[in-house]
Design a protein around this ligand. Sequence first.
Ligand SMILES: [Zn+2]
Ligand SMILES: [Zn+2]
Length: 192
Amino acid sequence: MKERDRTEDALPILAAAASGQKRNQMNRTSEEKFDIREEIKLIPKVAVLVAVLLIVAWEALLFLVLFPHEKHPAPALPIQILVGLLSGSVLAFFILLVVYVNRDAKRRGMNSTLWTVLVLLVPDAIGFIIYFVVRQPVMARCPQCGATVTPSFNYCPKCRSALHPVCPKCHRAIRAGDTFCPYCASELKASA
Ligand SMILES: [Zn+2]
Ligand SMILES: [Zn+2]
């Protein structure tokens, strides 16, 4: 009798979990995938354009002002080109990484202004290192009401719907295929 009750309890929750499984996979912290194309999409085209303009300006300054007015004999042309390419690349990478941190912090519910200032001001890229170590998981959306939720939440704080498959007995997150709850040993299989 008791077993039956549990199974009936589990049915709607497991069914809801199964239907939302695909979306839920994106919500899970442990399953956050790194896709470089998705990360690059965070950087707006305007920022790329500004970066290109800044690099052009930097190269112009280098080749039209700095090299010709060099007190010592100007470096050989191949050296000039190499210095121009290297410094330009570093500059571009730095600008785009700052923009990335600004956008990335926003979607993780972190203080984007504070982190942008930090990575800009802390020397030797230490600000970037700290950022990538401490950054929070990407915020997820509740599939029912669309509220922004922390990926580790089991239930939506706005509408109470289950965000992951959860044990009907102890309400902790379980994996969709599990037969027994790993925390309280309740039977989970809805259909045998
Ligand atoms: Zn909700
Ligand atoms: Zn349980």
